[in-house]
Design a protein around this ligand. Structure first.
Ligand SMILES: Nc1ncnc2c1ncn2[C@@H]1O[C@H](COP(=O)(O)OP(=O)(O)OP(=O)(O)O)[C@@H](O)[C@H]1O
Ligand SMILES: [Mg+2]
Length: 140
C-alpha cells in the first residue's frame, strides 16, 4: 500500500489508522532518510494505540517502553548501532515476542534479524516540502 501524505496532519491520521491493525507481536520497521517522518509516524501510531505518555525519540537509549496503551509499545531507534550483534547483546531482540508492538526506526541496520512477517514502512520525501510517501508492505 502506497500512501501520499500532504502534511504532518495527514501523517498523524495515517499512523492512527494504521495502529488499529496492530496486535501483540506486531513488528513495524521504519525506513527512510533523516527527517523523512519515522518519528512523526511513530508518535501517531502511539496515539492510535492509546498511549498517553509523551513520546520522545529513543536515540540515546535504543528503546523506550510505553505501557499506557491497549498493548505495550516498544519504540526503538537503532541509528547509532553498528549492527544486529549490538542489538542482541543489549537483549533488545527479546522484545520481538514480549506481547507488545515493536516500532523500529532505522530497522535496515538490523535487517538480518528482523523476523519474516514484519511490517515494512518505507518513507520518502515528495515533491513539496510537506509531502511524504509512506509505502507499507510485509517482509516475506
Ligand atoms: N507529510 C509529512 N509527514 C511527516 N513529517 C513531515 C511531513 N511534512 C513535513 N514533515 C516534517 O518532517 C520532519 C520529520 O521529522 P521526524 O523526526 O519524524 O523524522 P525521522 O525520520 O524520525 O528523522 P530521524 O532520522 O532524524 O529520526 C518533521 O520536521 C515534520 O514536521
Ligand atoms: Mg526519528
Amino acid at each position: 500500500m502506497r500512501v501520499k501524505t500532504e502534511s504532518v496532519e495527514d501523517t498523524k491520521n495515517l499512523g492512527a489508522a494504521f495502529a488499529k491493525r496492530l496486535e501483540p507481536g506486531s513488528i513495524v520497521c521504519l525506513l527512510g532518510d533523516l527527517g523523512t517522518g519515522k518519528t512523526t509516524f511513530s508518535k501517531a501510531v502511539a496515539a492510535g494505540l492509546g498511549v498517553t505518555e509523551e513520546i520522545t525519540s529513543p536515540t540515546f537509549n535504543i528503546v523506550n517502553i510505553y505501557m499506557s496503551g491497549r498493548v505495550p509499545l516498544y519504540h526503538f531507534d537503532v541509528y547509532r548501532l553498528s549492527g544486529p550483534e549490538e542489538f542482541m547483546a543489549a537483549g533488545c531482540d527479546e522484545y520481538f515476542d514480549a506481547g507488545g508492538v515493536c516500532l523500529i526506526e532505522w530497522a535496515d541496520i538490523i535487517e538480518d534479524i528482523i523476523p519474516d512477517g514484519s511490517i515494512l514502512v518505507e518513507i520518502e520525501k515528495g515533491v513539496s516540502e510537506t509531502e511524504r510517501i509512506y509505502d507499507i508492505s510485509y517482509i516475506q
